[in-house]
Ligand binder design. Structure first.
Ligand SMILES: CC(C)(COP(=O)(O)OP(=O)(O)OC[C@H]1O[C@@H](n2cnc3c(N)ncnc32)[C@H](O)[C@@H]1OP(=O)(O)O)[C@@H](O)C(=O)NCCC(=O)NCCS
Length: 236
């Protein structure tokens, strides 16, 4: 671990540069448990790579006790990882984290429970993951992408994208808004239910129009149904 001290200095400098809440270097050294967890990880990863698996694992649990952050010593973590607030962050054994990544509290880089081997995500450089987000499985989040707070991401995310929701879907790509027109793109059981409701409303509107023997122009009931259809279309 010849570089440990220089990595620590680099981490502190990065926090001073990017976190407006950081008032002094001493404060960052003493109060940023996200950094403490990363420093523990650097030692534990070295132990892991030197086949001291149990010691590395045991120390990672000690680090979790002290910081509330669990980084498996087998994970591969790049430089200047910033875990802000930190409590509840979990980084799995086969996760790969690039340089200059930011994770907020409650983030999980976990497995789906269905895969073997490489079963945790890869985050490329400059990714930001919002509080409570879950990124699951052997997927890749491309560089400079952002994952919204509370999202659950189960599919690859391209570079320069913003993803929100459960399950996560892209709302911005390369700075442009992405509009979802097909509910299947979200792959959310709820949007299937909404699509079914929209179909049913359509069917009922046709029926009401037939019963009334009109096209419904100027008819308040049809106007209301039309409004419902438009709202539902917008939501899905
Ligand atoms: C995802 C995020 C990066 C997007 O920020 P942004 O690019 O400024 O996007 P906007 O705020 O303009 O939101 C764009 C749309 O996404 C929605 N959205 C934003 N964040 C969302 C989230 N986490 N979950 C669901 N929807 C979200 C907004 O409601 C908006 O929808 P609309 O256009 O239909 O009204 C940001 O909202 C976020 O979640 N950041 C994480 C911050 C965090 O975890 N902080 C912890 C501090 S302790």
């Amino acid at each position: 671990m010849p570089h440990l001290l220089s990595l620590i200095r680099e981490d502190v400098a990065t926090v001073m540069e990017h976190d407006p809440a950081a008032k002094s270097r001493l404060e960052v050294y003493l109060c940023y448990s996200g950094l403490h967890a990363v420093w523990f990880y650097r030692v534990n990863h070295w132990l892991w790579n030197h086949r001291l698996f149990l010691l590395g694992r045991w120390l990672s649990q000690a680090a979790r006790l002290l910081t509330g952050i669990e980084i498996h010593p087998g994970a591969k973590v790049g430089r200047r990882l910033f875990i802000d607030h930190g409590m509840g962050v979990v980084i799995g054994e086969t996760a790969i984290v690039g340089d200059d990544v930011t994770l907020y509290q409650g983030v999980t880089l976990g497995g789906t429970g269905k895969e073997h081997g490489k079963r945790h995500p890869t985050l490329e450089d400059n990714v930001v993951v919002g509080g409570g987000a879950k990124i699951l499985g052997n997927i890749t989040v491309g560089r400079n992408s952002r994952i919204g707070a509370g999202s659950v991401v189960l599919r690859n995310v391209p570079e320069h994208s913003t993803v929100v929701g459960v399950p996560g879907h892209i709302i911005f790509r390369e700075g442009k808004r992405v509009v979802i027109t097909d509910p299947k793109q979200i792959n959310d059981p709820l949007s299937e239910a909404l699509a079914a409701v929209a179909t049913e409303v359509n069917r009922l509107r046709d029926r009401v129009q037939r019963l009334e023997g009109s096209e419904g122009k100027g008819d308040p009931l049809s106007a209301t149904l039309q409004q419902i259809m438009e709202d539902v279309d917008y939501q899905i």
